[in-house]
Design a protein around this ligand. Structure first.
Ligand code: OSB
Ligand code: MG
Length: 375
C-alpha cells in the first residue's frame, strides 16, 4: 500500500440526548475523521478523543496537532505491506494513542478492501454476531433511570451499565436492581472514587453486579489491586489500560478481573488485538468500550468485537441512540436479541455518507505524497 494522501476532518455533531458521567455532561461531539487514499481505495478511521481532557489527556485539538505535525508527515508517501507496520512508524510519539489509532484504523480499512475480506476477518475475528449492551448516563432520580432501563431492555440489550458518582450511586443501583433482579447489570464510576471510599464500594457486593468499571484514579493500577482484594465485585479497568503491557501488569497484580478495550485508548487495531491476546491467555474476559462514536468509529468497534475473547456484551449500540442521522449507511442496528450481525463485505461493512460528512465538516487538513521527480 502506498499512502497517497491523508485527509483530516473535524465534524460538529450534536448528540440526540445529553450524556452525563462523573466527568461532566456532553451535548455535542467534535468528531475527527481520518481518510486515507492508497492503491485507488479510500479508508476511514475515527479519532475518539473528546473536546475536553477529562476522560484521558487527549483532546480534539491535541489530536489535530499530533496528526498534523507528527503522524501525517511520517506516513504520507510511505509504502507499507500491512497496517500492522504502522505502529513502528509512529513509535517515537509517546502517548496520543487516540490520535495514532484513528490513522492506523483507516489503513486497516484499506487493507481489508485490498484483500477483499471483511475488516473483522482481516484482524482475526471469528464471531458472526456480537452482543450489545448500553451505557446509561447519570439521571436526576432513580425513577427516571428505571424507566430508561426498561426501555433499553425492551429493545433487547443484553447488559445495562449505569454511570455512577458519589451521591448518585447506592440509591440508584439498589432501585434498578430491585426492579430488575435478574438482569446483567454493571456500573462505571470513571475514576470518581478513591481507596478512602472502600466502605461504600464494599456495599456494591450486595447487588450482584457483573462488574464495577474504573472506580479509582485513571492512572493507578496498583490502587485497583488493593481494592480488588477487598471487594467481591469484579473490577473492570478502562482508563488505566493503554497497552498490552498495562493489561499484563494489571492482571498479574490482581487489579481487575475484566478489561474493557477501547480502540482509541490503546492506539488502534494492532495494540487492541495484543491487549485481547494477553487477556485471553490469562482467561480475563474483554468487551468493547465506547466513546460516543460516529458510525465510522462504531464500525471499527464492531469489527474488533468479533475477536474470540470478546465474551461479554460491549458498549456498542445502535446509531439511533446517539444521532438523528449517522454518517454511515445502513446505520448500525441492533436485533431484538441484542446483537449486531457481521457482514462479509470487504472493508468497514458500511458505506460512508460523503455529502453528510461534507455538510458537518468545520475544518480540514490534508497531505499528498510528492509526485516522483524524473531524474
Ligand atoms: O467510560 O465507557 C466510558 C463515554 C465517554 C467517555 C467514557 C465512557 C463513555 C461511555 C459511553 O460509557 C459508551 C458509549 O459509547 O455508548
Ligand atoms: Mg468506562
Amino acid at each position: 500500500m502506498k499512502i497517497e494522501s491523508i485527509i483530516l476532518r473535524e465534524l460538529g455533531m450534536r448528540l440526540k440526548y445529553p450524556f452525563e458521567t462523573s466527568l461532566g455532561v456532553m451535548h455535542d461531539r467534535r468528531i475527527l475523521l481520518v481518510e486515507i487514499h492508497s492503491d485507488g481505495l479510500s479508508g476511514w478511521g475515527e479519532i475518539t478523543a473528546d473536546e475536553n481532557p477529562f476522560y484521558n489527556s487527549e483532546t480534539t485539538d491535541t489530536a489535530w496537532h499530533i496528526v498534523s505535525n507528527y503522524v501525517a508527515p511520517r506516513l504520507v508517501g510511505k509504502s507499507i505491506a500491512s497496517a500492522s507496520e504502522f505502529p513502528a512508524l509512529v513509535a517515537a510519539i509517546r502517548g496520543h494513542e487516540m490520535a495514532k489509532g484513528g490513522v492506523e484504523n483507516a489503513i486497516w480499512d484499506i487493507e481489508s478492501q485490498l484483500k477483499g475480506i471483511s475488516l473483522s476477518k482481516l484482524i482475526g475475528g471469528t464471531l458472526a454476531e456480537i452482543g450489545c449492551g448500553v451505557s446509561l448516563g447519570i439521571r436526576e432520580t432513580p425513577q427516571s433511570l428505571i424507566k430508561k432501563v426498561e426501555e433499553e431492555l425492551r429493545s433487547g440489550y443484553q447488559r445495562i451499565k449505569l454511570k455512577i458518582k458519589p451521591g448518585k450511586d447506592l440509591q440508584f443501583i439498589s432501585a434498578v436492581r430491585k426492579e430488575f433482579p435478574e438482569i446483567r447489570l454493571s456500573v462505571d464510576a470513571n475514576s470518581a472514587y478513591t481507596l478512602e471510599d472502600v466502605r461504600l464500594l464494599k456495599k456494591l457486593d450486595d447487588f450482584g453486579l457483573l462488574m464495577i468499571e474504573q472506580p479509582l484514579q485513571w492512572d493507578d493500577i496498583y490502587a485497583h489491586a488493593k481494592l480488588q482484594s477487598q471487594i467481591q465485585t469484579a473490577i473492570c479497568l478502562d482508563e488505566c489500560i493503554h497497552n498490552s503491557r498495562h493489561a499484563g501488569g494489571a492482571i498479574e497484580m490482581g487489579a481487575c478481573r475484566i478489561i474493557n478495550i477501547k480502540l482509541g485508548r490503546v492506539g488502534g487495531h494492532s495494540e487492541a488485538r495484543r491487549v485481547h491476546d494477553v487477556c485471553r491467555e490469562n482467561s480475563i474476559p474483554v468487551w468493547c468500550g465506547g466513546m460516543l462514536e460516529s458510525g465510522i468509529g462504531r464500525a471499527h468497534n464492531i469489527a474488533m468485537s468479533t475477536l474470540p475473547g470478546f465474551t461479554l456484551p460491549g458498549d456498542v449500540s445502535a446509531s439511533s441512540r446517539y444521532w438523528h442521522e449517522d454518517i454511515i449507511e445502513p446505520e448500525v442496528q441492533v436485533s431484538p436479541r441484542g446483537t449486531i450481525p457481521i457482514t462479509a463485505t470487504p472493508g468497514l461493512g458500511y458505506a460512508v455518507k460523503r455529502d453528510l460528512i461534507n455538510g458537518l465538516t468545520t475544518r480540514t487538513n490534508s497531505w499528498k505524497a510528492q509526485a516522483a521527480v524524473p531524474a
